[in-house]
Design a protein around this ligand. Structure first.
Ligand SMILES: C=C1C[C@]23C[C@@]1(O)CC[C@H]2[C@@]12CC[C@H](O)[C@@](C)(C(=O)O1)[C@H]2[C@@H]3C(=O)O
Ligand SMILES: O=C(O)CCC(=O)C(=O)O
Ligand SMILES: [Fe+2]
Length: 335
């Protein structure tokens, strides 16, 4: 079974299908941010999984529910209306096409910038006069999630015994922080019934790691998110609309000289229910050098060549979703 999106300029691959072999796992680390020992659990989770679930996160429920209902309203509009906010370059409304290099998935989305430089006018220019998406609901939600992301990063710095506890979080707090916000909608996708594809599902969002420092993800109660373990196997993440899921991004992997690993993840479309997810990608300013923190090197050499976030992002936008983007920046170690 091949599902093609509408013709576009780029050569598009068919949306991939997948046999639902991953099992739901109770192994995903659960971090209670209100507990005094959370910093050590956080470090362990970042080392072992690059992924964890957070409870007692302090993000007001009303910010979550109000933004999610606005997202549902937006995605319920006729396609011709939503397309007025597209195509994503990279910001705006996108449908099936992910990124500029031919990746596709069973997903539609809004990709927005979050820093203050993305002013009212530029926000409005995406949505136009008759197509509203409430900037204030995005701002309330993103500010609260960013605060929580910074708290997590500061606890991680404490857990790693880094003296400057804002070593990571200051990059998200910077006025020039290149952070991004994404709302994904995965429409229900009935089980495929073709002989060759019976019992398989479409890929909603293909496997990848996130390039930034940290990603904070929240979804409605529909399953679909899967993460890859260190042995390469995939596990399904049980959905929980009251919690947040956090991904270590490539930049945090580099800043910890590989001690934390960015997590490979993907989304499989659900056959019956639609899935809505909202993800804040906390990134550094474009000019920031991404390099291991000296206190984490303990006499080791950096595993990575020196690069700025601008250079990494430029390279990421030339890559396909599933590529090992950090590979290009790893030092070749003589054996
Ligand atoms: C295929 C692509 C989409 C992406 C840019 C890229 O060329 C490779 C990285 C992709 C990713 C993954 C995490 C985030 O969803 C994202 C916004 C990002 O920063 O990197 C996407 C990019 C995108 O959709 O524009
Ligand atoms: O929608 C999701 O749950 C995850 C999507 C994702 O990984 C991304 O947008 O980078
Ligand atoms: Fe991702």
């Amino acid at each position: 079974m091949v599902v093609l999106s509408k013709p576009a300029m780029k050569q598009l691959s068919p949306i991939k299908t997948i046999k639902p072999t991953a099992t739901f796992s109770s192994r995903i680390p659960l971090i209670d941010l209100s507990k005094p020992d959370s910093k050590n659990h956080l470090v362990k989770a970042c080392e072992e999984f690059g992924f964890f679930k957070v409870i007692n996160h302090g993000v007001p429920t009303e910010f979550i529910t109000s933004l999610e209902s606005e997202a549902v309203k937006f995605f319920s509009l006729p396609l011709s209306e939503k397309e007025k906010a597209g195509p994503p370059e990279p910001f705006g409304y996108g449908n099936k096409c992910i990124g500029p290099n031919g990746d596709v998935g069973w997903v539609e989305y809004l990709l927005l910038r979050t820093n203050p430089a993305f002013d009212e006018q530029r926000f409005a220019s995406i949505f136009g006069r008759n197509l509203e998406f409430p900037r204030c609901a995005v701002d309330d939600y993103v500010s609260a999630v960013k605060r929580m992301a910074c708290e997590v990063l500061e606890l991680l710095a404490d857990g790693l015994k880094i003296q400057q506890r804002n070593a990571f979080s200051k990059l998200l707090m910077d006025e020039q922080s290149d952070s991004v916000f994404r709302v994904n909608h995965y429409p229900p996708c009935p089980d495929l019934q073709d002989d060759s594809t019976k019992g398989t599902n479409l890929i909603g969002f293909g496997e990848h790691t996130d390039p930034q420092i940290i990603s904070v993800l929240r979804s409605n109660n529909t399953s679909g998110l899967q993460i890859s373990l260190r042995d390469g196997s995939w596990i399904s993440v049980p959905p929980d609309q009251n919690s947040f899921f956090i991904n270590v991004g490539d930049s945090l992997q580099v800043m910890t000289n590989g001690r934390f690993k960015s997590v490979r993840h993907r989304v499989v479309a659900n056959s019956l229910k639609s899935r809505v997810s909202m993800i804040y990608f906390g990134g550094p300013p474009l000019s920031e050098k991404i390099a291991p923190l000296p206190s984490l090197m303990e006499g080791e050499d950096s595993l990575y060549k020196e690069f700025t976030w601008f250079e990494y992002k430029k390279s990421a936008y030339k890559s396909r979703l599933a590529d090992n983007r950090l590979g290009l920046f790893e030092k070749i170690v003589a054996s």
